[in-house]
Design a protein around this ligand. Sequence first.
Ligand code: SAM
Ligand code: SF4
Length: 509
Amino acid sequence: MHGLESGAGTESVSAWIKRQIRRDEIERYLDGGKDFIDEGHIERTLASNVQAPADRIRGILQKARSIKLLDDADVAALATVTDPELRQEVLAAAHEIKTAVYDNRVVTFAPLYCGSKCVNNCRYCGFRSDNSAVQRRSLGMDEVEAEARVLAGKIGHKRLVMVYGEHPDTGADYIADSVRRVYAVKEKVRSGVGEIRRVNINAAPMSIADLVKIREAGIGTYQVFQETYHKATYRFVHPEGTLKGDYHWRLYCLHRAMEAGIDDVAIGALFGLYDWRFEVMGLVAHARDLERRFGVGPHTVSVPRLEPAAGTDFSWVGHWVSDDDFRYLIAVLRVSIPYAGLIVTNREKPDMLRSVIGMCTQRDADTRVGLGAYADAFSGSDEQKAERQQFMLGDTRSLDQIVRELASMGHIVSFCTAGYRCGRTGKKIMDALRCGSEGHLCKLNAILTFQEWLEDFASPDTRLAGEAIIERELSEVQLRVPGDFSQAAFEHLVDARKRIMAGERDLYF
Ligand code: SAM
Ligand code: SF4
């Protein structure tokens, strides 16, 4: 079966495709018929800021410490630095800014792939419709539940990113149903209940009406990566006549999401398709347009890098990103959009992940990208199967191992989802991040949710490493009384931790 066949309903796939794109939901955002990616301006700005003197770069890093989006000329100056020592200064500032805004917290999640059927034909993706090397199917709701039971009950995840191909079998109604099914899972674990508390979505652009449907199912962040902001490259990798071939439908889908009331949106570029400096400028332009129109920028920025995929030729790729450039582009993004979370994934190998995690806020763990692969992993068949997945993974270590490694590096894994559940989203969370107040609450909640995870899921070694981090965090909070925390908050924290150790769950500030 290829990616174009449908098992759902009576409507043909081509009729479904025809009703997806609404011109009026693109045109309303254009300014005088123009979008916000001015390629001439990006190229000129990159060219005219090459070889900026060290003093200017240091001045830009100073500006970034005020946690505001940098202007184009400054981003271009950072992106075009080649001097290794100056690059080191940018990397150091990126680590410092990450710590100032998000402290030593790292959030972990797992992707849950729900379908490999897709009507598009993206040149780089194993799920593209003309690829016969990949098996096609979408998970039934019982299978979605089975995956969630493993993720929540055996591995201990609290957050997922559910991932969907673009296909009528996995359209907005399916997405909404599958999200509800995941939230309903409650698994008995050692002394508590394993449950997914936040479901983010990575799915194709939708109309405002469909976005309202998925918002009502309680999605967290809506992620859509533009893949490349460079229009000729976009056309080359996304064939004309496919849904994804419409650059503007994709470029404005997060604008539509904001209108649909989804105020946590996430941008990203697939690094390797075009010059990474151009893509960084495109991501910043995207963040700026969201800020300008809705007063809130992207909640996160993702940096996927091209990976091999079954049945997929990559001989056309002209912009592979080297490891050094990849680390550096993460630093430039960290400094340029300082308030946004930065997500790095298990497409990368452990060494790379270790070297960039200090600039990032989220990573996945215990990841399987094959359909139904979490349930498989716990029934004895655990290898990656190229024909069942979109691309191959660089890091397949367990969440327990990752938590232990992060603890040994001084990071605390936060399983907190309280901010979202208390309505601290969109502009509210962004303002709080800028002034540091969200960070204070997050620090306390990270401690409590980490303790909870250690109780319910950690191996003995990971528990030891985790308890050491918690003790260190508690001393730090105590030292910051009464400046950043009240004595009452500290006492409440110590008491809540004891209650968690005695079996209570889901306590947060
Ligand atoms: N079909 C939806 C779409 O295209 O937006 C949903 C997600 S797609 C399954 C998730 C992301 O995987 C894409 O946005 C793309 O950035 C990334 N991706 C696709 N092929 C890849 C590859 N060969 N290597 C690394 N990332 C890839
Ligand atoms: Fe389909 Fe998304 Fe893969 Fe493109 S990247 S072929 S839209 S699943």
